[in-house]
Structures are given as structure tokens and as C-alpha cells.
Design a binder for this molecule. Structure first.
Ligand code: DAH
Length: 342
């Protein structure tokens, strides 16, 4: 026959592995272990019959066993009550709804909205144009001659000889000038653009730009410079400075490329700016007289400036993104990081 000590150990094992969860099973547990006629009471009866020396050791074990059984019983009861409460909630159609896990704005949208807000404060309104365009608006009306090599600067997705995916947002300039019919213009045009590029860390066949166009009397390159300086400081910080380098675009003369002083080293030169102290952010210039003429403005009376900002590039510089493909592969772990900024 098992000794008292063995029986205590056996019951302890049985109690701790007890897993039933229905109300009847819990009641059975109470009857079996904790009631007056239960097994633990029986062991207490047996306890009275043993020697004083054994009582010293087994008394403590027996008390502990009773405590373990009581705690187990309470836990089973609590779990049961919680489960019941939950299932009641599920049935209650008047309960408050679960929190919706709201998404975050995409970094491209964040930057686009910020650009709209910066230029909005100095009087620019937003214009849009089609992504599927004709050759006229994408090239001809922007002073690209039919065989001009500058057309090769942009690898184009053609739908047919005359219809294509726009390679830049500049065609919105031509649409805006047609619509304004010789009146002053001050617009920015955010939108998607397409080029037949092989995707890699710095190229994407689809990307986003913001075009800017101002046409009025007495507009000069000082206006372009101060406008872009304001943009650079608002987007990248008050300490940033800009630098204009002369460049070439068919639709502007003179044309410039605009660099900002490197945020990482403040202009001293580091690996981010490849030792130059500056990072290129956009292109711009004074609207070419041919473009003004072709789109209904007298270049003797009107002048203007234009610029094109890469939204992807701005987002990459602003948020320290090292691969443009991260903006387009929609990995939610990447996008969720922008939740705080939405
Ligand atoms: N369209 C040019 C591009 O995609 C960017 C650009 C440069 C736009 C100069 C402009 C400009 O309006 O004046 O590379």
C-alpha cells in the first residue's frame, strides 16, 4: 500500500495537471479534492494516525497540498467566468466596436502634401494633367525638336507613335498655358511619371515629380532662386543653403540644377554628399521664349520660371531611405514607420 507521503505526491501531480473547464468538471474537482469527504480530507484523517516524527515533515506537505488545490480551484473558476463574460460580449450588439488599426500615409504622399503646403503659402495653386499624354505636350510644346537628341534623355514608354506615358510633369506647363490664354500663372503640378528605366536602388520605372511654373511680367531668375531657397529651408531645415549650377533643358534658358548643402556634414564633405558638401535636388530655369511663344505668350511682355522636383528623391533624403524600390514594394513594415508623421 502507498505511504501517506506517496499519496500526497500523487494528488499534487493530479491537481496541477487538471485541465477541465466546464462548470460540471470544476464542481467535480471541488468534490474530489476539497469537500469534507474529499481525498485531501481523507489524508488528514490518515495524518492523525502517524508518528509525531513523521507529522513534522508530512504536516507541512499536506497543508501545501490543500493550498495548491484551493488555488487551482479558484483559477479554474476565474478562467471560466472570464470566458463566459467574453462570449457574452460577442453576443452584445450594443458593445463599443473594436479599435480600427488605422494605416499610415505613404512617404510619397507625406512629401507631396508638404510640398503643396509650402508652395500654397506663397500663392501657388495645384494643377493636374493626364499621365497618358501626346507627343505634343510632352516634347514639342516644350521646345524638343522632332529629332532633338534631348528626347533620348528620357527613355519613353510609347503606346503608339503619338501617345505615350509622360516622362515628366512638365507637360502640365503646356496644358496650363493653353488654359490660361495669356494670363499670369503660378502653379505646382504633382503627379506620377514613367520612364523605361531598369529598376535598381536609385531608378524606378514609375516615380513622382512636382512641376512648378510662374509666368508674369518682370519675372527674373532672382525670383526662381528665392522661391527654391524657401522650399529647401522649409523641407530640409533652416540651415540649408542652395547652390545653382548651370545646366541644360530644352524648355528653359538659362537652365540650372539646384543643390542643397548636405544635412549630414553641413557642407564640409562626407560620404552622403560624396565629399562635395552638396546634394542635387532639382532642375529649373527661366521659361524658354520658344515655349512662351508656342503656348500663347509674348516673350517680349511675359517671362517666367519653372522647376521640377523629384518627390521620391526628396523623400529619400528627408527620411534617410537608401533604396527607391522600398517606396514601391509596399512592405507594410516599411510603411508603418511613417505612422507618427501622418
Ligand atoms: N522635366 C525635368 C526632368 O524630368 C525636370 C525639370 C527641369 C522641370 C527643369 C522643369 C525645369 O520645369 O525647368 O528631368
Amino acid at each position: 500500500m502507498a505511504t501517506l507521503k506517496e499519496k500526497i505526491e500523487q494528488l499534487k501531480e493530479e491537481i496541477s495537471s487538471y485541465k477541465q473547464n466546464s462548470a460540471e468538471e470544476i464542481e467535480k474537482f471541488r468534490l474530489k479534492f476539497l469537500s469534507k469527504k474529499g481525498e485531501i480530507s481523507e489524508l488528514f484523517d490518515q495524518f492523525r494516525t502517524i508518528s509525531a516524527e513523521e507529522k513534522k515533515e508530512l504536516g507541512q506537505m499536506l497543508n501545501q497540498l490543500k493550498q495548491t488545490a484551493t488555488e487551482k480551484y479558484n483559477t479554474l473558476k476565474d478562467n471560466m467566468a472570464a470566458a463566459k463574460e467574453n462570449s457574452k460580449k460577442e453576443d452584445d450588439l450594443t458593445r463599443p466596436s473594436y479599435d480600427l488599426d488605422l494605416g499610415s500615409r505613404h512617404p510619397i504622399s507625406l512629401i507631396r502634401n508638404e510640398i503643396i503646403s509650402i508652395f500654397g503659402k506663397i500663392g501657388f495653386s495645384v494643377a493636374e494633367g493626364p499621365e497618358i499624354e501626346d507627343d505634343d505636350h510632352v516634347f514639342t510644346k516644350l521646345n524638343f525638336a522632332p529629332e532633338h537628341p534631348a528626347r533620348d534623355m528620357q527613355d519613353t514608354f510609347y503606346i503608339n507613335e503619338n501617345v505615350l506615358m509622360r516622362t515628366h510633369t512638365s507637360p502640365v506647363q503646356a496644358h496650363a498655358m493653353e488654359a490660361a490664354q495669356g494670363k499670369p500663372i503660378r502653379i505646382i503640378c504633382p503627379g506620377k511619371t514613367y520612364r523605361r528605366d531598369d529598376d535598381d536602388a536609385t531608378h524606378s520605372h514609375q516615380f513622382a515629380q512636382v512641376e512648378g511654373l510662374v509666368i508674369d511680367k518682370d519675372i527674373n531668375i532672382g525670383h526662381l532662386k528665392s522661391t527654391l531657397e524657401l522650399f529647401a529651408k522649409k523641407m530640409f531645415g533652416e540651415k540649408r543653403e542652395i547652390r545653382l549650377r548651370s545646366s541644360y533643358f530644352p524648355f528653359t534658358e538659362p537652365s540650372v540644377e539646384v543643390d542643397i548643402s548636405c544635412a549630414n556634414c553641413g557642407g564640409k564633405g562626407c560620404s552622403m554628399c560624396k565629399g562635395t558638401g552638396y546634394i542635387e535636388i532639382l532642375g529649373g530655369g527661366m521659361v524658354h521664349p520658344n515655349v512662351l511663344k508656342m503656348n500663347g505668350y509674348d516673350p517680349e511682355v511675359y517671362s517666367g520660371f519653372a522647376f521640377g522636383i523629384g518627390i521620391d528623391r526628396t523623400a529619400m533624403l528627408r527620411y534617410g531611405i537608401d533604396d527607391v524600390r522600398k517606396l514601391y514594394t509596399n512592405d507594410v513594415r516599411f510603411i508603418r514607420q511613417f505612422k507618427k508623421m501622418s
